[in-house]
Design a protein. Structure first.
Ligand SMILES: NC(=O)c1ccc[n+]([C@@H]2O[C@H](COP(=O)([O-])OP(=O)(O)OC[C@H]3O[C@@H](n4cnc5c(N)ncnc54)[C@H](OP(=O)(O)O)[C@@H]3O)[C@@H](O)[C@H]2O)c1
Length: 338
């Protein structure tokens, strides 16, 4: 059992969608934290979050304004911290294409700063969030997250004798997240027309709760250098349109720059180092500091077959229209109806 009693946690991007869900769940399960530091840039988002978590009731919570690009500030914020959850990122694909260096500074240099802050402050566990767009990336956002993943995996080679493990959690589209297809179609259905990029397009689906569960899993079980990938269902974009607007016209508008027809979380090449366990796939580091056979034994895992890839288009687990509606009610809008 994961025991966070008296632990100090810092979460970069703590005011984002993932961050807020993490804070909610960590307080439900581990109310006896020593310190929980929310680290992000915008004071308004922190002010609003502080209304939900008043210090009178949440004695361990702290709000630090800071940028992950600012190595000095991050290092100072990590003093006395045991665990870092790295969720801060720039993640809008078109904005990253248009402002590439900004995305590189936050997602790549920011990752390096997190690693150095961990190495210099006696931090014991670091879990970084990745995305399916980092596997065989075709856009700059995905490429920066792949760089970030590589930095965190390789950081385990620099830790020396420290009791410190870096690991990565990689997952796909979060249902209902800002800028994603569900809120977009919910808005568009008022016009009676739903824009479809391509009739064959598919995506993986995960809830924020399951994303947070994976981070807890990584905190408890990581040996260092793993990329954890959840076993999750896929959906067809046309089924999401049918679920939200069954009477709407589906208008084909063409695939957008930087978009894939299907997302991938484990490429054929990754599969050479991939272990399957009951709930997760684990991409093990190509130069692990531990024995992969022992790892498989410890987690009842097995090496995946040669040529395996985990792709939203060839997934064996699918959400149908009714299940999508249930997901929307459960995770996005309890009053949703068609
Ligand atoms: N949402 C998805 O569908 C999805 C899917 C797969 C993976 N992910 C990954 O999950 C992580 C969290 O995503 P999310 O959906 O929670 O994103 P989000 O809602 O956009 O939140 C991003 C957070 O990062 C902070 N931030 C941004 N730039 C920063 C910087 N330079 N320094 C410090 N803080 C910064 C933001 O606050 P300020 O703007 O105030 O700084 C905010 O708190 C990201 O790493 C993302 O790549 C997301």
């Amino acid at each position: 059992m994961l025991d966070l009693t008296n632990k100090s946690i810092l979460i970069t991007g703590g005011t984002g969608s993932f961050g807020k869900k993490f804070v909610e769940m960590v307080y439900q399960r581990h109310p006896n934290l020593k310190r929980l530091v929310i680290y992000s840039r915008d004071e308004l988002k922190q002010f609003e979050m502080a209304q939900y978590y008043p210090q009178s009731n949440y004695k361990s919570i702290r709000f630090f304004i800071g940028d992950v690009r600012d190595a000095e500030r991050l290092k100072r914020a990590c003093e006395g911290v045991d665990i870092i959850i790295h969720a801060a990122a720039l993640k809008q694909v078109p904005a990253a294409e248009y402002n590439p260096m900004e995305c590189i500074k936050t997602n790549v240099f920011g990752a390096e700063n997190v690693i150095n802050a961990a190495l210099d402050n006696g931090v014991q566990r670091v879990v970084a969030l990745s995305t399916d767009k980092a596997a065989a990336p075709i856009n700059l956002y995905g490429a920066t997250k792949l760089c970030s993943d590589k930095l965190f995996v390789a950081a385990n080679n620099m830790k020396g004798s420290r009791d410190l493990r870096f690991s990565v959690v990689r997952y796909g589209n979060v249902i209902g997240s800002r800028g994603s297809v569900v809120p977009f179609f919910m808005e568009k259905r008022k016009d009676g027309v739903l824009p479809i990029t391509h009739t064959d397009m598919t995506r993986f689906n995960i809830s924020l709760e399951d994303g947070v569960e994976m981070v807890f899993h990584a905190l408890e079980h990581a040996w260092g250098g793993e990329i954890f990938v959840p076993k999750i269902p896929s959906y067809r974009i046309t089924d999401v349109a049918e679920a939200i607007g069954p009477n709407c016209e589906q208008k084909i508008v063409g695939i957008r720059p930087g978009e894939k027809l299907h997302e991938e979380m484990i490429t054929e090449t990754d599969s050479l180092n991939t272990v399957e366990t009951a709930k997760y796939y684990v991409i093990t580091p190509s130069t692990p500091t531990w024995d992969v056979e022992a790892y498989m034994k410890a987690f009842n895992g097995r090496q995946v077959e040669m040529g395996f890839k985990y792709n939203s288009g060839t997934n064996t687990d699918w959400l149908n229209v009714d299940q999508l509606r249930e997901q929307i009610r459960e995770h996005v809008d309890a009053d949703f109806s068609v």
